[in-house]
Design a protein around this ligand. Structure first.
Ligand SMILES: Nc1ncnc2c1ncn2[C@@H]1O[C@H](COP(=O)(O)OP(=O)(O)O)[C@@H](O)[C@H]1O
Ligand SMILES: [Mg+2]
Length: 179
C-alpha cells in the first residue's frame, strides 16, 4: 500500500513541473471531526478547463518522455480519497496556479499509512532551494508550520552554498518535527 507522503510527493512534483515557485502543503489530521485533509496549493502554470478534465483521466499526461508516458498522479490520489470514503476537489486557472484538496474520515480501515511525512518534506525542500515551501501539519490541537522564505532570508548570500549541507539537513529535520 502506498503511503500518503508518496501521494503528496507526486502532487508536489506536478507543481514543480508546472513551474511553481511557491508551494503550500497543509496536512490537517482532525480527530475531533474525524477527518484528514490534505491541501496542496501552487503558483505554477495552472490548467485550462479542458486540460483539467483530461488530467483526471488516468491515461492522460502532458509529459512527452517515454520513460513515464502515463499520468497516474492526480487520478490515483482521487481514487485513494474516494475509496476511503472521502472527497477530492481541484481548482486551477491558467497563469494562477492550482489548489488540490483531498479528505477522508480518519476512522476508515482503508486509509494509507502517513509514511515519513517530515522526511519527504525535507527532501523536497532541500532538493528545490529556489522554491518557497510553506508547510503546515496540524494534529488535533498541535500545529507545526514551516516556511522556507525567512530561512533563505536569514542565510542571505550564503543560502545557495548552505542549503544542501549536512548541517542544514539536521536543522530542517528539527524544525519540521518541532515539538
Ligand atoms: N499542479 C499542477 N499544475 C499544472 N498542471 C498540472 C498540475 N498537476 C497536474 N497537472 C497536469 O495534469 C497532468 C496529469 O498529471 P498526473 O496525473 O500527475 O500525471 P503526470 O505527472 O505523469 O503527467 C500533467 O501532465 C499536467 O499537465
Ligand atoms: Mg504527476
Amino acid at each position: 500500500m502506498y503511503e500518503l507522503a508518496l501521494f503528496m510527493l507526486d502532487l508536489v512534483q506536478n507543481a514543480l513541473t508546472a513551474g511553481a515557485t511557491y508551494i503550500k502543503i497543509w496536512l490537517d489530521e482532525d480527530f475531533t471531526r474525524n477527518r484528514l485533509t490534505l491541501t496542496i496549493a501552487d503558483n505554477g502554470c495552472g490548467m485550462a478547463p479542458h486540460t483539467l478534465t483530461r488530467a483526471l483521466d488516468p491515461f492522460m499526461t502532458t509529459k512527452t518522455s517515454r520513460r513515464k508516458s502515463i499520468g497516474l498522479g492526480l487520478p490515483f490520489f482521487r481514487q485513494l480519497v474516494e475509496s476511503c470514503g472521502g472527497g477530492f476537489k481541484i481548482k486551477s486557472r491558467p497563469g494562477c496556479g492550482t489548489v488540490i484538496t483531498g479528505w477522508y474520515p480518519l476512522d476508515n480501515v482503508d486509509q494509507p499509512p502517513l509514511g515519513d511525512w517530515n522526511e519527504t518534506l525535507r527532501a523536497l525542500i532541500q532538493a528545490n532551494p529556489h522554491v518557497r515551501f510553506y508547510c503546515a501539519h496540524r494534529r488535533n490541537q498541535r500545529c507545526v508550520t514551516f516556511d522556507t522564505l525567512p530561512v533563505r532570508r536569514a542565510l542571505g548570500p550564503h543560502a545557495d552554498a548552505l542549503w544542501q549541507s549536512a548541517d542544514m539537513t539536521t536543522w530542517f529535520r528539527e524544525q519540521l518535527s518541532a515539538s
